[in-house]
Design a protein around this ligand. Structure first.
Ligand code: PEP
Ligand code: MN
Length: 350
């Protein structure tokens, strides 16, 4: 339920509304939109008596029941698009934000070299996994804290904010110490304690869609984060499981307009996990931009054939530059932009 205050409501009237909500045992959350001030009631089920009590208070224009199970995430609660600021990079605005880098941080050299290359091609954030969820326990599972240190060094050299995955509640503080944005992976989308811990960290969160999750379940997972007083949530579609075997996952580009209709949160597309094949990634980047994605998460490696994870879906520097150029043309055609990099990577040891 949301309470829309009239434009002349005083602070005292707002406080009175919040007090009544709390008296009924619910939490309240105020939010100033572009042209209206609303207070949201968090909790369920909300009794009719509360609705009636609020309707009679001064300064209240309207009390609206939100039909969806998710509230803070819904467009009904927040009609304007949200913009999430990650160390100065704005996700959800006119610019399409490209977060690129290796699947896994393997060595300092590999990460720095990649960071410089993706920046030169126009990426404005660096991705890279230090804690890797792997299907087989015998595969490379990441460098852990050593990997986080390498990412922090790459940020220092390039200025690119870093997004990296956190897999357990126990690691949230550690990862938050180094990262600018916490990534919750597909396998953890319904790890509710992790969602809450990431929410409490105060860092922006990139929430991947579970590989078998419906869009509503994904939005409810985002609600867990936002219910921790964290408004900085970005959704990431990374492909879902279908019967198709020629692609690793089925990248659901229709999720973009669906999310835009239901939620105010920004959405980015991961065409790398989404297809599993490097030669499919550029077309899906262009498709994502055309469909209205606010950003992309793309795997790039200096030598994909020797990557320790996801080499088959990683772009070389050259392929990434080409994919950025063609995506940028699509962005211009729909009134958005992808920043142009210098085109010339500064080598890691310059
Ligand atoms: C990744 O981004 O490298 C990754 C492991 O993603 P996902 O959780 O989508 O599989
Ligand atoms: Mn990967």
């Amino acid at each position: 339920m949301i309470i829309v205050m009239n434009s002349k409501a005083t602070d005292d009237q707002v406080q009175e509304v919040e007090k009544r909500i709390q008296e009924f045992g619910f939490r309240s959350r105020p939010s100033q939109g572009e042209d209206r001030f609303v207070i949201s009631v968090l909790g369920s089920p909300i009794p009719d008596a509360l609705q009636e009590a609020l309707e009679h208070l001064g300064g209240v224009q309207e009390v609206v029941r939100i039909s969806k199970k998710y509230k803070l995430v819904s467009r009904e609660f927040h009609p304007e698009d949200s913009i999430v600021d990650v160390r100065g990079v704005k996700i959800g605005g006119p610019e399409v934000v490209v977060m690129a880098g290796p699947c896994s941080v393997e060595t300092e050299q590999q990460t720095l070299e990649t960071a410089h290359a993706v920046k030169a091609a126009g990426a404005t954030m660096l991705r890279g996994g230090a804690f890797k969820p792997r299907t087989s326990p015998y595969d490379f599972r990441g460098l852990g804290e050593e990997g986080l240190k390498i990412l922090a060094k790459a940020r220092e050299e390039t200025g690119l904010p870093v997004v990296t995955e956190v897999m357990t509640t126990a690691d949230v503080d550690l990862v938050a110490e180094y990262a600018d944005m916490l990534q919750i992976g597909t396998r953890n989308m319904q790890n509710y304690l992790l969602l809450e811990a990431a929410g409490k960290s105060g860092k922006p969160v990139l929430l991947k869609r579970g590989m078998s999750a419906e869009i509503e379940e994904w939005l409810l997972a985002a609600e867990y984060i936002m219910a921790q007083d964290n408004e900085d949530v970005v959704l990431c579609e990374r492909g879902i499981r279908t019967f198709e075997k020629l692609t690793r996952n089925t990248l659901d580009l229709s999720a973009i307009p669906v999310i835009k209709r239901l939620s105010h949160l920004p959405i980015v597309i991961d065409p790398s996990q989404g297809t599993g094949k490097w030669y499919l990634v550029p077309s899906m980047m262009r498709g994502a931009v055309a469909a209205g994605a606010d950003g992309m998460l793309v795997e790039v490696h200096p030598n994909p054939d020797h990557a320790m994870s996801d080499g088959g879906q990683s772009l070389t520097f050259e392929n990434f530059q080409e994919a950025m150029d063609s995506s940028s043309a699509i962005a211009s055609a729909i009134g958005r932009s992808i920043p142009k990099g210098s085109g010339v990577p500064v080598s890691a040891d310059d």
